[in-house]
Design a protein around this ligand. Structure first.
Ligand SMILES: CC(C)(COP(=O)(O)OP(=O)(O)OC[C@H]1O[C@@H](n2cnc3c(N)ncnc32)[C@H](O)[C@@H]1OP(=O)(O)O)[C@@H](O)C(=O)NCCC(=O)NCCS
Length: 372
């Protein structure tokens, strides 16, 4: 008998990241996630995920310069964006936008390891511009060019909101990007690796990953968590909300995990961030609502929060519209997805699992006139 959902099945080897679900620990290339969240920048983490070591100053400067120089969208993408802004949801825009970014990529059909790396970095560089351009267009605001003086996270806030971001806000966003950066063989990463394993191209692999992330059981959960907090409205309503949902056998979004059996270590960092940010911006109610949901869901169902619960609160207070929270997850995960795709190419065998046939056997063809 196969385990439904491939749970516990080891689908491949990786040096990118590792999880201990029982202990609630996560490492990127051997570095504990809490250590990276407290000390690294997202750009350093991009380098770490791709090279399995932290960059020295020269390596980091080179990577940062490449990312900054690749932020602009091609004229082809810019032409597509007004239609996408009017006709598609944010994640559908991203799926189409990333696919369309393959046109005019300077490396074209070059599939060498060097070209794949450059394509990966271009995808990381352009994702914030795609999301911000989309949002500015759909809200009738002027599209802002990337600011080469700002790091990845701060530049995104600038392009999205049109104001030089507060340093603390930019640092908070940067930390969330680190936390969302990679997560072993999750559904979207597995999707990307399956596509890469056929020796299809980087853009196809990442487009497929975005499709997998879009679902509410995966990346879509942060948006659902924020909607839930808004519906709950006050901490004292959390208990009845959770009780009602569980009685109807409905999921509480932002809780539970396929691997963690205790607190998700990313949620622990985000919980503290959500509390501090709420105090700083004068909106402590979000932390209080989420904390009340956490206490009551643990008590009633024994479930712990995952990364998406408190991330939603942090993003909300940073001014991120709710329907851009999953695209932000994608913006961060672009680092991990592309690292996994390159790792797959470097040591490839086509991924082709077996299946357990549970239908009828030994049947004989019956002409259509004789069928009931
Ligand atoms: C993440 C998720 C898909 C993992 O699913 P999974 O591996 O099948 O979960 P488990 O096997 O641990 O589930 C154990 C039990 O808890 C229930 N459960 C799990 N997550 C739940 C949730 N968020 N709310 C209510 N019940 C939940 C399951 O239905 C199952 O119940 P049962 O034993 O009565 O059938 C699931 O927890 C979920 O849907 N969470 C909400 C969406 C979310 O936050 N996703 C983001 C993940 S980072």
């Amino acid at each position: 008998m196969t385990e439904k959902g491939l749970r516990e099945v080891v689908a491949g080897q990786t040096k990118v990241s590792d999880i201990d679900g029982a202990a609630g620990r996560l490492w990127y290339a051997g570095y504990e996630i809490g250590d990276l969240a407290a000390n690294a920048s997202f750009e350093e983490v991009v380098f770490l995920l791709h090279h399995a070591h932290l960059p020295n100053r020269e390596e980091l400067d080179e990577l940062t310069e490449f990312l900054v120089n690749e932020r602009e969208l091609s004229p082809f993408l810019l032409k597509l964006m007004p239609d996408l802004a009017q006709q598609t949801s944010p994640m559908s825009m991203l799926r189409t936008g990333i696919s369309a970014a393959s046109a005019y990529d300077p490396d074209g059909w070059d599939e060498s390891a060097e070209a794949q790396y450059r394509k990966a970095l271009r995808l990381i560089a352009k994702t914030p511009t795609l999301i911000a351009t989309y949002h500015r267009l759909r809200t009738g605001q002027e599209v802002l060019p990337p600011n080469p003086k700002l790091p990845h996270a701060a530049n995104f806030l600038w392009m999205l909101l049109g104001e030089e971001p507060d340093l603390d806000d930019a640092a908070a966003l940067d930390t969330t990007l680190i936390l969302y950066g990679d997560h072993t063989m999750n559904a979207s990463t597995f999707t990307a690796r399956v596509i890469a394993s056929t020796l299809s191209d980087m853009f196809s692999a990442i487009t497929g990953a975005i499709g997998a992330l879009k679902g509410p059981l995966h990346g879509g959960a942060n948006e659902e968590a924020q909607k839930m907090a808004e519906e709950v409205d006050k901490p004292e309503n959390a208990e009845a909300y959770v009780r009602d949902r569980l009685a109807r056998h409905e999921k509480i979004m932002g809780f539970g995990h396929a691997v963690y059996r205790t607190m998700d270590p990313r949620a622990a960092v985000l919980k503290q961030m959500c509390k501090e940010l709420g105090e700083r911006v004068g909106e402590p109610q979000w932390y209080e609502i989420y904390a009340a949901l956490e206490a009551t869901t643990l008590e009633q169902k024994g479930l712990y929060p995952n990364v998406d619960l408190y991330a939603a609160g942090v993003y909300h207070m940073l001014g991120i519209p709710t329907d851009l929270m999953t695209p932000l997850f994608a913006l961060a995960r672009m680092a991990g997805w592309t690292a996994h795709v390159r790792e797959q190419y470097a040591n490839n065998r086509i991924i082709r699992p077996g299946s357990e046939y549970v239908g009828p056997r030994d049947r004989t063809y019956v002409p259509i006139e004789e069928r009931p």
